[in-house]
Design a protein around this ligand. Sequence first.
Ligand code: FAD
Length: 469
Amino acid sequence: MVVGDFAVKVDTVVIGGGVGGYVAAIRAAQMKQKVVIIEKDKLGGVCLNVGCIPSKALITAGHKYQDALSKAETFGVSTEGVKLDFMKTQEWKQTKVVNKLTSGVQMLLKKNKVEIVKGEAVLVDDHTLRAVNEGSAQTYEFKHAIIATGSRPIEIPGFKFGGRVIDSTGGLALTKVPKKLVIIGGGVIGAELGGAYANLGAEVTIIEGSSQLLPTYEKDMVKVVETEFKEKGITVVTNAMAKEAIDNDESVTVKYEMDGKEEAFEADYVMVTVGRRPNTEDIGLEQAGIAVNERGLIPVDNQGRTNISNIFAVGDVVPGPALAHKASYEAKIAAEAISDRKVAVDYKAIPLVAYTDPELASVGLTMNEAKEKGLDVKASKFPFAANGRALSLAKSEGFIRLVTTVKDNILVGAQIAGVGASDIVSELTLAIECGMNAEDIALTIHPHPSLGEVMSDVSELALGIPIHI
Ligand code: FAD
């Protein structure tokens, strides 16, 4: 501690104001703790400012544009002179979506009497940290700390960020829709933003190192997206290794290698979305004695406790999928554990969603994963083409699949490729959490017509008594 610097004593200090941090802070305050949250940039973190939310806003804008431009005819609606004012799109995204949510976070923190501190936090030891902001600094003495400093995009050799070489944050902030956009990495972020920009009028090429777009999803699910991508004119190059980007001021040349041959694309921008790295380097982990693994992630126990028993970590800085809902789930567990509640994480049912066209969602085990675990399971697959609501929305591509045990039809996993997958998956997540079987779902009355009916239909299929197929 600096001489003359009086430490402020708090029960819990939270480092980082993203979805992991602000949720942890509010829950700890609800448990009657005196809480300080320290954020160096913007409350809401990646998800609200430059991640989940703004990306979905651009995806929505792309859908609206396409609907007006080309799809309206299908419904007998004539549209003429449809134009996109992308600056207006960006303004709407920022003022009506992002700013609304981030100011809401600030209000919630204040309402729960969490003290918000602007500054960069560095741990000094396992009970002290300093928050530095523009030359001034404050020391905090804490009983517990929760690290929620999140992650940042990975930069790859040959693709230094700057100019026409951008990361997802740059991709969300473009002021003009690029004529040509090359995306390195066909994972969820690349595929979502690729789809959005294609809908907004860009010619999109995705270069993916593995043999499949969206490698974390099953082949038959990805096929549904690939078909839609083809219709949008998106080129997907798989088994290709990105080598170098040359910024020519007016354009960028993207070189990649495929089958031992070097190829090149010319584009307005190249966006690199190959993964994210945890922000664990400059936060004083060593001074506090906190261990990290070989990927820089902080290993934690089932309450989010690091190897230092009074310091917890949640969200993108700990192992597991980098997802906002995982971060906020872990945040609540950590905050409650600190407050002496008997809680522990259970990752049996984390829904994964890709907001592509159509959406993909998966929860629990796939067939292969279930078999690898030695479970005797079967798959039941029901098409959206047999769902009245999907047809009336003119979005009938795709399917839902349940993975259930052969003996008693207990739901252990589900995969959805189709319209509304991001919402449908919630009911199946609850079903897995509650150990339900196909009969429980089949006997649940779903409104008609609704996309949710695919769940009772596919459950009846699992029971061998389908009505609609
Ligand atoms: P972050 O959101 O990264 O927040 C960490 C905060 O800590 C930041 O505000 C940072 O400024 C602050 N900080 C860092 N170091 C310090 C320090 N030393 N002192 C003080 N403050 C510090 N997930 C989903 O579940 N669904 C989606 O649809 C989705 N879409 C995404 C789209 C994009 C384009 C991207 C990039 C990500 C997306 N994600 C999505 C992932 C999601 O955004 C992250 O998993 C989530 O933000 C992690 O939350 P977090 O609180 O761990 O970290």
